[in-house]
Design a protein around this ligand. Structure first.
Ligand SMILES: *[C@@H]1O[C@H](CO)[C@@H](O)[C@H](O)[C@H]1NC(C)=O
Length: 236
């Protein structure tokens, strides 16, 4: 009887924990209220409506990136220290953001929100952040408090990108080393090692960008063909 009870409890718990996957409608929705951004966020993956951007980034640099958010004395105002490592070269930049519900604004010289904000979207992952940015290029960025996420969580982010009609996300480097690396600021001759590493990386990863280019090449003639076909039929 005892084991049966345990089994029932376990079974009902698992059914509670396995929630249904989020629909496109839910995944496209901005967050209802501001999350606490403070602390470190590891960038997991990146997608865009332009295939070549994330794919070239990964094919050449395969970077790892981390953001350390720190809330300022003024409410809603955050300093964000964005640090990346590509081929053991690191660089950091501190920027200030204003968070208002699901909108993440840049600030002007008075620390007032300015411009088109990035948007924080819903996610089924409990300690993740999905940021939709539109600084000229449309980007969907997936961050977590953890250095890696589960396959199911990554799949959900893929679905989220798909829901927007965007391309499959690129997963960034998960080795987050930001102390033992060279500075990009130094004008040292180490840059030849950087370009050599980029070349090495490209040799093993060129298929990604190539697929993007191929998609374009095969897409446009088809569009042209369909257009001609349509004109042709309208003549008949
Ligand atoms: C930003 O973060 C990097 C990596 O953790 C660190 O080395 C750097 O000192 C930080 N910069 C500032 C201004 O806090």
């Amino acid at each position: 009887m005892k084991t049966l009870c345990v089994a029932v409890v376990v079974l009902s718990l698992t059914s509670v924990c396995q929630s249904a996957p989020l629909t496109c409608e839910q995944l496209n929705k901005p967050l209802d209220k501001s999350p606490d951004l403070s602390g470190r966020w590891y960038m997991i993956a990146l997608s865009s409506d332009v295939c070549l951007i994330p794919s070239l980034l990964n094919a050449l640099f395969w970077p790892s990136l981390v953001i350390d958010f720190k809330e300022q004395d003024t409410p809603n105002l955050y300093n964000a220290n964005v640090t990346f490592n590509m081929h053991d070269f690191c660089d950091s930049k501190v920027e200030t953001f204003f968070l208002k519900s699901s909108s993440l604004f840049d600030v002007d010289s008075n620390n007032s929100p300015t411009g088109e904000p990035d948007t924080l979207l819903h996610t089924g992952c409990p300690d993740c952040l999905v940021i939709k940015g539109n600084d000229g290029i449309n980007l969907l960025m997936y961050f977590s408090r953890r250095k890696t996420v589960t396959d199911a969580e990554l799949k959900e982010f893929e679905t989220q990108s798909e829901c927007m009609g965007w391309f499959k996300p690129e997963v960034l480097n998960t080795v987050h080393e930001y102390q033992e690396c060279k500075s990009l600021d130094d004008d040292n001759e180490d840059f030849s090692t950087l370009t050599a590493k980029m070349g090495q990386r490209m040799k093993s990863s060129y298929t990604g960008p190539l697929q993007c280019i191929a998609q374009d090449i095969f897409y446009y003639p088809r569009v042209a063909f369909e257009w001609i076909q349509e004109r042709f039929y309208s003549l008949l």
